[in-house]
Design a protein around this ligand. Structure first.
Ligand code: GLA
Length: 659
């Protein structure tokens, strides 16, 4: 199968979504000049071009795209060609209302925005396949073409009738018989037993809480249906260009797609990433998504979209201060990206995203945004020969599974304060702040290469995953688990005892008497050997079985003296969420015991250090200059300077050191 390096050919891809159909032809020539000047070597064409390519049913308008493909080729700029299927033309909805998705309360999602397509609509799929086939036939042999980009951020749900029929088919395949489905869904509760497949619906808006397993299966189904759409288009382009890689861009840590499953079908894993420049944890949010994407790719990956300045979909949309775009771009390279791309090349003057930044902002060539983009282009060109194709794994893995997220993110839980994604971010943040590089892994993956595995929260676990965790510890691995892990099976059926018995034994828990969720802002005192700390969000009334080698008790309150943290040899269980610094210190201590070293010792808090191949990236996330000890002699690939023992990084400064 083709891979990212077939498209990069030794250069970090640099560029972005290019929407020339929004501009007159003179601007296209100006664009090529500016692209070349900035070192842009890749653009994504056609993402939302369907009505331009097929202005009326069956028509084909390829002339403008022919011109652009040729222009790009003449300028030495590669093209990632997108299928335009994320935004069907208005005629499609008008002539074929069956292509429009329905919300859970039966509303139609009309044209006039984007992504108004039903993944289950046979009509939509037929039209999508036709335009994809014609694009692939026409441009498959074009010398500018380097990669295919299918659709864009697949994310639609559909509760309509055609989706309902597809859902039933999907369920028949999963369960075989209605009896099995009724058992899996626990339909004995509230008189929900089904006597015919035709009675089953997507989880449309009910009077009161929905059947959780029905909701869970609907999420699985939706991810699978979107994947079917992707695979159908991928297979079409593959027939024409078996040598070119195919991707579709993920939204970062989005709940709707099981990205572990999706990446099995992708040649290149790509992601869109928009941390808030004002968020003090923006760099960590970026690191999390980058770590996750690298882990899914198991090698170099593509930053398909980021913003050169502000986005326009937050309440208040802040620009990136001078230097931040470069810093966050190089952070992605440090964490394995072989492509640094943007939405979009030139900021629009019309349409819903005209206040969203582009690489060329409304201020144009003289604007700070474009000038910083140019500098970044030069930096990436310097780094390209040293980094492309390089992959570095980690000693620590954070376990993450969409199915566990889906099962846990439902109504009728004990606390709406517990948010899966927030818990995951908090644990990753603790490791990031301890300067420990982390991979992400699925609970059924082979974990034996890792010295430390952490489970922030996996509410539902399959028997296979539990076997895997037990085997990992048996074979010498260190496991740290947060609360609400192993509570349910894959049907969201609570396991006897409130937590899988084998996991309880692993951690030294005899009885889990009660869960004691905490209110927002409420804390519980814990009295650890390394000092006292406060727990947040959750606590548990646990009875240890006497086999624990270490415990940290709750202090005061209803749970006084009961274990907040339990350790049985190499297996740790945290029944509360320690405050961030305490979690950082605890994980750092456990990691050190497990033989995991921070990337560099003695790093100032604001500096992130990442190794990629034999390179050491140092990234100053602070506005103040900082000096970092780096024993030995190195060459800074960005400045060509020799660095001996210490390096000073300016505001948002970066050094890329080669020994
Ligand atoms: C997403 C989309 C782009 C654009 C950006 C704006 O990532 O893929 O088309 O809408 O958001 O941030």
């Amino acid at each position: 199968m083709p891979v990212l390096s077939d498209a990069t050919r030794g250069r970090i891809l640099f560029g972005g979504d290019y929407n020339p159909e929004q501009w007159p032809e003179e601007t296209w020539h100006e664009d090529v000049r500016l692209m070349k000047d900035a070192g842009v070597n890749s653009v994504t064409l056609g993402v939302f071009s369907w009505s331009k390519l097929e202005p009326e049913p069956g028509a084909r308008e390829f002339g403008w795209l022919d011109t652009l493909m040729d222009l790009m080729h003449a300028g030495g700029i590669g093209v990632v060609l997108a299928t335009p299927t994320a935004s069907p033309p208005p005629w499609m909805g008008r002539l074929h209302p069956d292509t429009l998705p329905r919300t859970e309360d039966g509303r139609t999602e009309w044209w006039g925005g984007r992504q108004h397509f039903s993944h289950s609509s046979a009509t939509y799929r037929r039209h999508a396949a036709a335009i994809t086939a014609d694009l692939a036939a026409r441009y498959g042999g074009h010398p500018a073409l380097t990669m295919w980009h299918i659709n864009n951020e697949y994310c639609t749900f559909d509760y309509g009738d055609e989706a309902a029929a597809a859902f039933r088919r999907w369920l028949r395949q999963r369960y075989g018989t209605l009896d099995t489905l009724n058992t899996a869904w626990g339909t004995a509760f509230w008189s929900q037993g089904y006597d015919t497949w035709d009675g089953i619906l997507p989880p449309r808006l009910p009077h009161y809480m929905r059947n959780p397993t029905q909701v869970l299966d609907f999420r699985r189904f939706t991810s699978d249906m979107l994947l079917e759409c992707y695979v159908a288009e991928r297979d079409i382009v593959r027939r024409h260009t078996p040598h070119l890689p195919v991707t579709s861009n993920f939204m970062p840590l989005w709940i709707g797609q099981d990205a572990w499953r999706w990446t099995e079908e992708e040649d290149v894993v790509s992601v869109d990433l928009y941390p808030d420049p004002r968020d003090p944890l923006g760099a960590q949010q970026g690191a999390l998504v980058q770590d996750m994407t690298r882990s899914q790719a198991r090698g170099p990956w593509m930053l398909m979209e980021q913003a050169a300045g502000p986005v326009n979909w937050r309440g208040v949309n802040h620009p990136k201060p001078h230097g931040l775009n470069r810093l966050w771009s190089l952070q992605a390279v440090a964490r394995g990206a072989d492509a640094v791309c943007y939405f979009q090349w030139r900021q629009s003057r019309q349409g819903a995203e005209k206040f969203h930044s582009g690489m060329v902002s409304h201020a144009g060539e003289q604007g700070r945004t474009y000038q910083e983009v140019r500098q970044l282009g030069a930096d990436l060109a310097r780094l390209s020969p040293h980094v492309t194709g390089q992959h570095s794994g980690a000693d620590v893995a954070v376990l993450h599974d969409w199915h566990a997220w889906w099962a846990g993110a439902q109504d009728g839980r004990l606390s709406t304060e517990v948010d899966y994604a927030d818990v995951l971010k908090t644990w990753h943040r603790a490791l990031w702040q301890a300067h420990l590089t982390t991979d992400f892994a699925h609970p059924e993956h082979d974990l034996t290469a890792y010295k430390l595995v952490v489970v922030p929260q996996l509410y539902a676990l399959t028997g296979t995953a539990i076997d895997n965790l037990l085997a990992y510890v048996r074979q010498g691995g260190t496991l740290v688990s947060g609360f609400l892990t192993g509570v349910a099976d894959e049907d969201d059926r609570v396991r006897p005892g409130g937590m899988d018995a084998r996991l309880r034994e692993l951690f030294g828990i005899r009885t889990l008497h009660e869960w004691w969720p905490l209110d927002a802002g409420e804390t519980v005192e814990c009295d650890g050997p390394q000092g006292a700390f406060r727990g947040t969000l959750w606590s548990e009334e646990l009875e240890a079985d006497g086999t624990a080698t270490e415990t940290v008790p709750y202090k005061g309150g209803e749970l006084d003296g009961l274990p907040a943290v339990l350790r049985r040899d190499r297996a740790w269980y945290l029944s509360t969420l320690p405050e961030p610094e305490a979690l950082r210190d605890l994980l750092a201590t456990i990691a050190a015991d497990a033989g995991v070293r921070p990337v560099l010792d003695g790093l100032p808090g604001q500096v992130e250090a990442v190794r990629r191949g034999d390179l050491l990236f140092l990234l100053n996330h602070g506005r103040e200059p900082v000096t970092v000890d780096v024993p030995g002699t190195h060459r800074d690939l960005l400045t060509e300077a020799t660095v001996t023992d210490r390096v000073t990084l300016g505001r948002y400064g970066v050094a890329v050191l080669r020994p």
